[in-house]
Design a protein around this ligand. Sequence first.
Ligand code: S3P
Length: 167
Amino acid sequence: MKRVVLMGFMGAGKSTVGKYLAKELGCTLIDTDQRIEEQQGRKINQIFEMDGETAFRDMETGLLKELKNQKGDLVLSIGGGMPVREENRKLLQEIGTVIYLKTSKEEIIRRVEKNQDRPLLQGGNLEEKVDSLMKAREDIYIQTAQIVLVTDKKEVCEIAEEIQNRI
Ligand code: S3P
C-alpha cells in the first residue's frame, strides 16, 4: 500500500508535489488545508481570524483522526504547522510514510512573499517571522520524518521521482 505524507514549511511545495505525485502513483490526494476549508466553508485566514489558531489546530487533529481510518493508497499534503502538536505527529506516522520536504529560508521567503493567504506570516517583518518559525520547527520536522528530501533547485517532477524511488 502506498501512503505518503508530505510535510514541510509553508511554501515548501507540499501541495504542488502532492498533486504531481498522486497523479503519478494513481492515488487519492488530500490536502489538509483544502479539506478543512471545504469542511468549514471558510478560508484558513477567516478561521484564524474568527476562531483563533487553537481552534484551527483542533480542526487539523480532528481531520487526521478521520484520515487514519480511511483505507487505500493516499498522498496527504499537510499544513506546515500540523506536526507541532505531539498528538498529530503520532497520527501522521500512523497514516503513512512521512516525508519532510526541506527548503532553505531564502527559497521559502521568495515563494511566500507575495502571498496574503498565510495568517502566521502577515504583518511585521517576513524574514524574521520565517526565521523564528523555521527555527522552532526544524527539529520537529526532522524527528517526525522517515525521509528527508532537500527540494532547493529541484523541479517538481524530480522531487516526485525521488519520493517514488525511496518509498
Ligand atoms: C500553517 C501553514 C499553512 C496553513 C496555516 C498554518 C503553519 O499551510 O495550514 O496557514 O502553521 O505553518 P501551508 O504549509 O500549506 O502554507
